[in-house]
Design a protein around this ligand. Sequence first.
Ligand SMILES: Nc1nc2c(ncn2[C@@H]2O[C@H](COP(=O)(O)OP(=O)(O)O)[C@@H](O)[C@H]2O)c(=O)[nH]1
Ligand SMILES: [Mg+2]
Length: 313
Amino acid sequence: MGLFDKLKRGLEKTKQILRTDVRDLFRAGEILDERVLQDFEGRLIRTDMGVAAANRIMTRLRAEHGGRTVDVNAIWKTVRDELVDLLTGSNNSLWDLNNPLSPLAKAESGPTTILVAGVNGAGKTTSIAKIANLLQKNGNKVVLAAGDTFRAAAVEQLTMWSQRLGCEIVRKESGSDPAAVAYEGCQRAVQTNADYVIIDTAGRLQTQKNLMDELDKVRRVIQKVIPAAPHESLLVLDATTGQNGLSQAQSFTKAVKCTGLVLAKLDGTARGGVVVAIRQEIGIPVKYIGVGEQIDDLELFDPKGFVDALFEK
Ligand SMILES: Nc1nc2c(ncn2[C@@H]2O[C@H](COP(=O)(O)OP(=O)(O)O)[C@@H](O)[C@H]2O)c(=O)[nH]1
Ligand SMILES: [Mg+2]
């Protein structure tokens, strides 16, 4: 099964609401009145796109089609266009879809540092392995730093990935200071002329102040080795947690600065529409999506491709 098929499966429920439930709503030749529009809004919200996104779509629909004779194709085009705009965000300078590394910031010189955070089980360590794989496939040398020192199993998990990838890993015994591991990871990356260093961290909740402070400490300490670090600060979200994960992510990004999202497990949810809600309500670009447990199951997020998949039969 190809990556695109996996994504499509993850969108099944959302697609079903959009296609089946809405099919009879707009009748060609009738006048598009407020009753139909409100009915449509309710269905949009049920796709997990969230209220804010649904509102934006409705505003545009009203302006462009309200009170006029229904042209079903034109209505769908408006919905699709608005969805693409929503997912692209305000800065239209989206990355180059032909270059899977283009969403990632790059250091002017020396190793680029990527710090990865999120709640427990979100998919951080797996996503790190996938990103490292992507970087290596594109000719980069990568060092991993096993900064989740909270659980021994986490260090083992990342070590196993590093062996499969054939890249260096910096690790310490569990219970060590994660900032120290991150520091050494950066040092090692500089010493070995690595292109990237990716720092894993233990799962944490935005409400755990000491753990959020710990993330700040990691940032401060790595800046002693690489002043502009972290160049990229990725928040990994579990797509299967839907709207719950959303509010959690909102507070998380308020507590620590994030430059991008990785939305993991999009293959495991039937409600992929949540991507729209996440983009709209968190205001940070979704850079990659995880569509499986294997090393290649990572895709560059493509708003237009995503919307096409949503409306494809
Ligand atoms: N189906 C699926 N499973 C994933 C994906 N990403 C991670 N996982 C699984 O989710 C579980 C937790 O992942 P892990 O990377 O250990 O999460 P962490 O605690 O945030 O580091 C593991 O069983 C992973 O295999 C994904 O994109 N799709
Ligand atoms: Mg982990």
